[in-house]
Write a protein that binds this ligand. Structure first.
Ligand code: TXA
Ligand code: MG
Length: 326
């Protein structure tokens, strides 16, 4: 990544156009967060409903006061400890923050990404960058630049190269009820780590209360085009046995050994890592690969149901959700 690439991207941002940049979680589709027309371009490119808020990326925690007000002490503590890093804080917006960014809400999501290219872009631009993941609405997030190129080509503006993402899953989102932190979206920063640091259990979202619900959280999201199922090892084994007779081509993500499951080792079967953070890093890349690879169905062995796997299980649950009418 040369400084002239960064300069060109900054020029795009100043002109109200979009750019794609790497972060430690996933690639982002960015625009000037202070420019409502630029922000509109993001929604148009993604095909994203306008009421779905965007995260504002800033260079350092010292910029927090430019975007948010009435900031809880707990939020400062978290920012100090985990920024730069894969944590988004949802705070009351300052009135200067365009409603286009917040999806019409009185709160704004903010984070400081931990990636040298993102940092350099933010520093040279000198303002906040609104950025969702650089994929079409509802689809898989990109964890490498070619995932973005395959979908947008040149339509999204310059794509800054940053290699494969370190975490491969989106940031953890934390909101607040007074001082009490709420886990709005499990993500790259695991909730046990946050809870140990804070010494309290994070509240969980309540769909009945708009102040602590994640917008659009009931939707299918992070979906490959190929139908996907998550199932226990035993069921997976019998499905693979049955497939031999039906002749469907299955893509498999296994935690048990492929041989035990009766899956053939090959292009469409992945032996996934047993550690949740390693699994998360490889998940979207594996799904992108299978989605391009002409399999009829993707079968995924269910990971353990505990807090360390919370982000992975959340994404898998959404990936197999089929919206009404398919
Ligand atoms: O890791 C990430 O967070 C990546 C990288 C690019 O930073 N970004 C990302 O953005 O995942 P996106 O737009 O795909 O997901 C952001 C989610 C929104 O869907 C929304 O649920 C939540 O963040 N969000 C943003 N602002 C919010 C707000 N004011 N209140 C509640 N939720 C908010
Ligand atoms: Mg997204």
């Amino acid at each position: 990544m040369s400084s002239s690439d960064i300069e060109m991207a900054v020029e795009h941002l100043k002109r109200g156009l979009t750019v794609v940049f790497p972060t430690e979680t996933v690639y982002g589709l960015g625009a000037d967060a202070s420019n409502p027309e630029a922000v509109d371009r993001i929604f148009a490119l993604k095909g994203r409903p306008k009421n779905r808020p965007l995260i504002v990326h800033v260079e350092s925690a010292s910029r927090l006061g430019e975007w948010a007000e009435d900031i809880p002490r707990t939020a400062w503590t978290l920012a100090e400890r985990f920024w730069p890093g894969p944590l988004t804080l949802v705070l009351f917006r300052r009135k200067e923050v365009p409603l286009e960014v917040t999806g019409g809400r009185e709160t704004v999501g903010i984070r400081v990404p931990d990636h040298p290219v993102a940092t350099s872009l933010l520093r040279n631009f000198g303002r906040g960058i609104a950025a969702p993941s650089a994929n079409r609405f509802g689809r898989l997030s990109p964890t490498s630049s070619w995932h973005v190129r395959a979908v947008f080509g040149d339509d999204a503006g310059p794509i800054l190269e940053g290699g494969p993402c370190t975490y491969g899953v989106e940031s953890t989102i934390v909101g607040f009820v007074g001082e009490a932190p709420v886990l709005l979206r499990p993500g790259a920063l695991s909730s046990p780590i946050l809870e140990e640091f804070l010494g309290v259990r994070l509240l969980r979202p309540d769909p009945a209360r708009e102040d602590i619900a994640l917008p659009g959280s009931g939707d299918g999201h992070y979906q490959p085009k190929t139908p996907l199922e998550v199932l226990p090892a035993e069921k997976l084994r019998s499905r693979l046995l049955g497939q031999v007779f039906r002749g469907d081509r299955m893509g498999v993500l296994a935690l048990s050994s492929l041989r035990e499951l009766g899956a053939e080792k090959g292009d469409a079967s992945f032996q996934m890592p047993g550690k949740s953070s390693d699994y998360a890093r490889e998940l979207y890349a594996a799904l992108h690969f299978l989605d391009q690879g002409g399999v009829d169905r993707i079968l995924i062995e269910a990971p353990p149901d505990d807090d360390a796997w919370c982000a992975v299980n959340d994404r898998l649950k959404r990936a197999c959700h089929q919206p009404p009418g398919g």
